[in-house]
Design a protein around this ligand. Sequence first.
Ligand code: FES
Length: 84
Amino acid sequence: MSDNTFLWQGQPIAFTAGESIAAALTAAGIMNFGPDMAGRDTRYFCGIGACQGCLVQVDGRLTESCLTPASAGLQVTNAGGTHG
Ligand code: FES
């Protein structure tokens, strides 16, 4: 893995410095961030932490992907903790 990737559901995703996880996923063509705990699809929407629509788990911690800076080596999975 290079220094500018994190893992999304086990797949390397490239990012640029200062980019959020949500922005990097969207730039990689991933528009659906998978189900949340209630089974609802998550995605990049408001971009300011207001809608909670972009929840993911980052290294096992539930957080808004639009507010979380991408960082090398992070393990990001969907909020519901399922694969796919
Ligand atoms: S996109 Fe709305 S909280 Fe992240």
